[in-house]
Design a binder for this molecule. Structure first.
Ligand SMILES: [Zn+2]
Length: 448
């Protein structure tokens, strides 16, 4: 495949389309627009495998269903960074693996998934595909969804010139496609390296019909932690959200070691694997409602809807009822938690987040400092958001300091992460524009 496919060729084209055993050539204007001709249409997986259909593995977790998504309708997914995520039901999980293929570990991941009849989504780095094209073909042959993850995993896509970002995107697509026997099997799914999102890059991808995948939770498998820790984090974070996209890496020994245990535990806890594929004319998107693309639809997060009925006699005694505390609710171990998962999770997060600096609240609204701090916070948040990603596969781009700073991104919102990093309070140091002299004076004194 020549790079010229990507230059400016946004015209209609022909794309080989494989459905079942027949190959059909069709004009696919809406997708071809984005990929210049050979990326447009994806193979639709066979009907969802279920555990019972996993030959030789009667206890396999299996894949419960195939979810067909339209990148145009929902271009940004993953609650680590975006409002929307995949329309999963409670206890449904999507497994994603980044940075491969790297034969030593990717082949083991493939075998583990095969033994469980699990279909996952892989985000390929162009240089890895270039070095290990057979690895890409193995993914396709096994029925997994294959998206891309840039050419060489730069951790600067949030600030590089757009043409360079586009070259990164194109390089990943080009080499991953080139590795495939049938390039039409490449999914229009892209994960930004290090999750270093930027609006320009997102808009570029969206304009090309490519769905931008963040994640709902990582398992820190790129860090120097034990495989047992990876397993624990994967399960803990999944349990906190109840469903979602798990971000893993198929180039890490600890991931290989943790994966069987994660899968066994998923099965024991009643989770189900969902395989995600992009929509085509022949396989339209799975019907969904807009709220299903929110991790916790409003109805699910309205506590009153789930609270138990209060006995009538209580009303005879008092006009207003005391609000139940979280501790009270948790004490009822015989039942499911009465508050929705999100509420519980937030309670945990709130307990671990550091208290924001007091000077943060001393800034008058609309002042230059506030605007400045907001900007810096956003930048810091973006830097931190990349935490979820391993820079391993990047060519020496992965600095340890950067990895250390990203620790906060896993907990809470980017804003919190920025605050925890100390960026926002510093930038918000009051100056002469503060309208309340007494407050400023006390702050200045403290700052000395
Ligand atoms: Zn990556």
């Amino acid at each position: 495949m020549s790079p010229t496919y990507y230059g400016g060729n946004r015209a209609r084209g022909q794309t080989g389309l494989m459905i079942g055993s027949s190959v059909v050539a069709r004009t696919r204007s809406w997708i071809v627009l984005c990929f210049g001709g050979f990326l447009g249409v994806l193979t639709i997986g066979s009907p969802a495998a279920i555990a019972a259909d996993c030959p030789g593995h009667p206890d396999a977790l299996g894949t419960s269903r195939t979810l067909v998504v339209d990148p145009h309708a929902h271009p940004l997914i993953g609650t680590m960074q975006y409002r929307e995520t995949l329309p999963l039901k409670d206890h449904e999980v999507v497994l994603t693996f980044d940075d491969g293929p790297l034969p030593k570990y990717s082949n083991q991941v493939l075998q583990i998934l095969a033994d469980e009849c699990i279909k996952a989504t892989f985000f390929i780095i162009g240089e890895q595909a270039k070095a290990n094209p057979e690895g890409v073909r193995k993914l396709v042959a096994a029925g997994h969804t294959v998206g891309t993850h840039s050419m060489n995993h730069p951790l600067t896509m949030d600030r590089m010139p757009l043409d360079k970002a586009e070259a990164q995107i194109n390089g990943g697509i080009e080499w991953t496609s080139a590795a495939m026997t049938d390039p039409s099997k490449l999914a229009p799914f892209f994960r930004i390296p290090g999750l270093m999102r930027a609006e320009g890059v997102e808009n570029l991808l969206i304009s090309r019909g490519i769905q931008v995948w963040s994640a709902d939770f990582p398992a820190d498998d790129w860090r120097h932690v034990s495989s047992d820790r990876v397993y624990q984090l994967a399960i803990q974070r999944l349990e906190a959200k109840g469903k979602g996209i798990l971000l893993l890496h198929d180039i890490q020994a600890r991931t290989v070691a943790a994966l069987p245990k994660i899968i066994r535990d998923l099965k024991a806890r009643g989770y189900r694997i969902v395989h995600v594929v992009p929509a085509t004319a022949e396989q339209p998107a799975t019907p969904t409602t807009p709220v299903e693309w929110l991790l916790h639809p409003p109805t699910e997060t309205t506590p009153i809807a789930r609270w138990p009925a209060v006995p009538n006699f209580v009303f005879a005694q008092t006009k207003t009822l005391p609000a139940p505390s979280l501790a009270d609710l948790n004490a009822q171990t015989a039942h499911q938690p009465l508050l929705p998962r999100k509420t519980m999770a937030l309670a945990n997060v709130a307990a671990t987040l550091p208290v924001p600096g007091r000077d943060l609240f001393a800034i008058p609204e609309g002042s230059v400092e506030v605007l400045l701090s907001t900007t810096l916070s956003r930048r810091a948040a973006t830097r931190l958001a990349m935490a979820a990603e391993t820079p391993r596969a990047a060519k020496g781009k992965a600095g340890k300091p950067r990895a250390a700073r990203t620790a906060h991104a896993v907990h809470g919102t980017p804003k919190h992460a920025a605050e925890a990093d100390g960026t926002a309070p510093k930038s918000a140091a009051p100056k002469s524009t503060a309208p309340r002299p007494t407050r400023v004076a006390s702050l200045k004194k403290r700052a000395q």
